[in-house]
Design a protein around this ligand. Structure first.
Ligand code: GUN
Ligand code: ZN
Length: 456
């Protein structure tokens, strides 16, 4: 296993878990996962299935059988549905002020530095390597407003083997963006976006679409109506997904209500910016009608529980959105969220769902601390959102072990001495899975594969 970690064209014998649908955890016990030369799963068979013994014998005879070591558990790779790549250079800093101050004081000055592609290359290489080491096999990235540095991020994802969706940030409104960091006009915002889409689609080695382009208006407060309309038209013409921020904080939500006389979601829809497979981040103040609209359009929410604690002033009503049929995945929202792993987004999602349910004001009596009953999710839901849920949000067949899906996966070494997992003997099933999800650290992620190829 360790000598030949490339699993393309091989069959893996492994035990692990996946959560192909919400509420469904499937345990794989000595499963045989046959992987094609192109890194796609051909079949998953279990002991007792017809052909299992023959397939195992044949793979072994042909020298194609790889076996995960004892104590190592296979999980699907994680999907990060919302991440600002340039902000990795300020991870863990500047979270002391509200969103609108943070953008102008810290974030726009930092992002402006990516005019320097040498700086961009240094940060982006480190980021992509760190995310892969943390188990993020698919990432939906905001780059910056620069064409060259956005192209570079896409190239680095491809070079490092990460499955990625990359968008040049469109931000042209002089009322919301500083003169030193904005698109020169609505046309420049649209044409710059088009240039990056074309570059990504034409990158040598990207014929399989490992890296995809995304139309990326930053958010309504940073864009003119002309740019929003032009970007909606471009997304339709190019058949591109769209990502943006929606109703993140009271200020951002209020800005759109005051400027357009309707909610963020309703306004984006007028411009053709709510697309199938598209993603809106945060979405904390969605109305029930907004949720219906997102569900009808097939546009997902990137739930960013860690970042919301700093900027939102509210908890995303996850359960309500799921019950209305909205697709949801998880985002780190680097650097609004100061932690570069989806493991923490999972933990945060469970935690804030409990706080929304119970309420948080200790001066109130237990029964009257919250108006929200039944909002809690558990580790099973969080695991699904972080994997297959994120894949479904994007309309990509990732996050689960099924034939036809690329083999994007993690080998979790539960015995790594410097990892966070401590097992005492006999843990299995739910106990084992929740121990992994709550306590794993980077050191436990012994191997990471994207499309069957080792990337860590
Ligand atoms: N809204 C507009 N831009 C940003 C950003 O960079 N981070 C977050 N969290 N919200 C935003
Ligand atoms: Zn964001």
């Amino acid at each position: 296993m360790t000598d030949r970690p490339d699993l393309r064209g091989r069959t893996l014998l492994a035990s692990g878990f996946h959560a192909p649908a919400r509420g469904t955890i499937e345990e794989l016990d000595d499963a045989l996962i046959a992987i094609g030369d192109d890194g796609t799963i051909i079949s998953v068979t279990r002991p007792g299935d017809p052909g299992y013994d023959d397939a195992k014998r044949e793979a072994s005879r042909a020298g194609r059988l790889a076996t995960l070591p004892a104590g190592t558990i296979l999980l699907p790779g994680f999907v990060d549905l919302h991440i600002h790549a340039p902000q990795y250079a300020q991870l863990g800093r500047g979270l002391d002020v509200p969103l609108e101050v943070w953008l102008h004081r810290y974030t726009f000055p930092l992002e402006a530095k990516y005019a320097d592609t040498a700086f961009a290359a240094r940060v982006y290489r480190r980021l992509v390597d760190d995310l892969l080491a943390n188990g993020t096999t698919t990432a939906l990235y905001f780059a910056t407003a620069h064409i060259e540095a956005s192209n570079l991020l896409a190239e680095i994802c491809l070079e490092r083997g990460q499955r990625a969706l990359v968008g040049k940030v469109a931000m042209d409104d002089p009322a919301g963006c500083p003169a030193y960091y904005r698109d020169a006009s609505p046309e420049a915002a649209v044409e710059g976006t088009r240039a990056v889409i074309e570059h990504i689609r034409a990158m040598p080695g990207n014929g399989g679409g490992r890296v995809l382009p995304v139309v990326t208006p930053r958010f309504i407060p940073a864009c003119t109506d002309a740019a929003l309309q032009g970007l909606g038209d471009l997304a339709r013409a190019c058949g591109c997904r769209v990502q943006t921020h929606v109703s993140e904080s009271d200020w951002a939500h209020g800005h759109v209500l005051a400027r357009h006389g309707m909610t963020d979601a309703a306004s984006l829809d007028r411009f053709g910016l709510l697309t199938e497979g598209g993603v809106v981040a945060h979405a904390n103040f969605l109305t029930p009608d907004d949720m219906d609209l997102l569900a009808a359009r097939g546009t997902a929410v990137a739930h960013c529980p860690v970042s919301n604690a700093y900027f939102a002033g509210a908890v995303f009503p996850l359960k309500a959105a799921l019950e209305k049929g909205v697709r949801v995945g998880l985002g780190t929202d680097i650097s609004g969220g100061p932690i570069a792993t989806i493991l923490d987004a999972m933990r945060g999602a469970v935690m804030v769902s409990r706080m929304l349910e119970s309420g948080v004001d200790p001066d109130l009596a237990p029964g009257s601390r919250s108006r929200h009953g039944g909002t809690r999710i558990d580790f099973r839901d969080a695991f699904h959102l972080a994997t297959a849920g994120g894949g479904a949000a994007l309309g990509l067949p990732v996050g689960r072990f099924e034939s036809g899906c690329p083999f994007d996966a993690l080998a979790v070494d539960c015995e790594a001495a410097d990892g966070g997992i401590r097992l005492w003997g006999g843990e299995a099933g739910d106990d084992l899975l929740q121990t992994i999800l709550y306590t794993a650290t980077r050191s436990n992620l012994a191997r990471v594969w994207v499309g069957g190829a080792p990337v860590r």
